[in-house]
Design a protein around this ligand. Structure first.
Ligand SMILES: [Zn+2]
Ligand SMILES: [Zn+2]
Length: 412
């Protein structure tokens, strides 16, 4: 079956003609430069092989400890679940759930979901509940943070290197390999190719569309749908995902999320984030005092990572989102392409702020040695996690197509 001749940009809503020749490399929007579609090459077998490798590595990661810490005659080992368990023990279950989602649930669902879909597809069969699984994989993708967790481990390893002896476990090497395998899976997996393959298998013919105002392109499967005869909730005819000409109440909802994140940003930086009790002595740290400590002890690279990820990026993200919201409300035509680009960067970098939370996860798991040294979580950790989560939701809620809805080009 030939692909649909029309393609609509998700970021600026520009309708454009798909090239007749098969797409090599990536297809970019003529107006805003967003990626419209990845290569049309069918890499399903490569993805399946990578998924299998990923599953084996993921089992290793969860079965063995990744770090061992020796201090004052005591030995402490940590697996992926140890830090999460410690959050629950100390009563910070929302943090435990967040780290569980980011490091275990989302990667596991990604692997198992793809395996469940791709294996039958290899033999010309369609898995049950396939649309739901593809939609869930797509929704969980931003919350899959194993590569950021890896950076968190690195921060804690360097931080503790002066206080005791650290040994790397087999699972740490598996985790390193897994981050590369996962990146390769993201690179090779192309849901649009899967959907077109399914259309061919079921001999389903999706109507060809010509350029019309009522068309919306599905964010999940890439099908261009006509909304002309649809009433109530708009949903994709092929995969069932919700369709939006524009995200609903995008401006007011994004403002609400930005303001909430802005409010949490204050206690996240004012209150202590951890409390280290060592030989009866208490040392409380805020995010900033942690950065200053790294600078004083010569670990300037850690200071730079934590300052950028925990202080600078969240603030920058809030400022950029406010700027985009105001510019959208003014319906200005000023540098639309650059504003779309800024939005794209903001959406991509926000999740890296989680590195501090992951560093703490590894820290509480390793430094749990009773009277010798124990790390306790303080309220700022929860406020800070809230800032990251709310800014991520804010970036997801903001509709970049509004940047292109100006006086002369309104879609209301
Ligand atoms: Zn575009
Ligand atoms: Zn769809």
């Amino acid at each position: 079956m030939q692909s649909n001749p029309v393609i609509i940009c998700h970021e600026c809503d520009r309708m454009q003609k798909r090239p007749d020749a098969p797409i090599e490399g990536v297809l970019r929007c003529v107006q805003c430069d967003a990626i419209l579609q990845k290569s049309a090459a069918d890499n399903t077998d490569v993805t399946l092989a990578l998924v299998l490798a990923g599953m084996i590595l993921f089992i290793l990661i969860n079965a063995f400890p990744f770090l061992t810490f020796r201090m004052g005659g005591q030995i402490q080992e940590t697996t992926l679940i140890t830090g999460i368990h410690m959050f629950f023990i100390q009563g910070w279950w929302p943090l435990g759930l967040l780290v569980f989602l980011a490091t275990i649930l989302a990667p596991a669902f990604h692997l198992m979901g793809l395996f469940y879909i791709l294996l039958p597809l290899k033999f010309g069969k369609t898995a049950k509940c396939l649309p739901w699984i593809l939609r869930t994989i797509s929704a969980l993708q931003p919350w899959n943070m194993i590569e950021i967790f890896m950076l968190g481990i690195l921060v804690t390893v360097v931080k503790l290197s002066n206080d005791g002896e650290i040994t790397f476990g087999i699972s740490l090497f598996a985790l390193m390999a897994f981050t590369f395998v996962q990146a390769a899976i993201f690179y090779t997996f192309n849901p649009v190719v899967i959907w077109e393959k399914l259309d061919r298998l079921s001999d389903r013919h999706m109507e060809k569309t010509i350029c019309r105002k009522d068309l919306v392109q599905c964010h999940i499967c890439g099908l261009v749908c006509s909304t002309e005869n649809m009433t109530g909730r708009l949903s994709c005819r092929r995969c069932g995902a919700a369709l939006h000409k524009r995200k609903q109440n995008s401006v007011s909802r994004t403002w609400a999320l930005v303001l909430t994140a802005g409010i949490f940003y204050i206690p996240a930086n004012v209150f202590p984030i951890t409390n280290i009790i060592s030989f009866g002595e208490y040392t409380t740290d805020t995010i900033l005092s942690g950065v200053i400590y790294f600078v004083k002890t010569g670990m300037w690279h850690l200071a730079l990572i934590i300052f950028t990820a925990s202080i600078f990026v969240p603030l920058l993200k809030l400022v950029i989102l406010c700027f985009l919201l105001i510019s959208v409300q003014l319906k200005t035509t000023w540098r639309q392409k650059d504003r779309t680009r800024i939005y794209r960067i903001t959406e991509a970098i926000g999740r890296w702020s989680m590195v501090d939370i992951f560093a703490i996860t590894v820290l509480i798991a390793l430094v749990d040695m009773g009277a010798i040294a124990t790390v306790r979580i303080e309220p700022a950790a929860l406020y800070f996690a809230a800032v990251v989560v709310f800014t991520m939701f804010a970036a997801m809620t903001f509709d970049p197509r509004l940047i292109w809805d100006t006086e002369n080009n309104s879609h209301d």
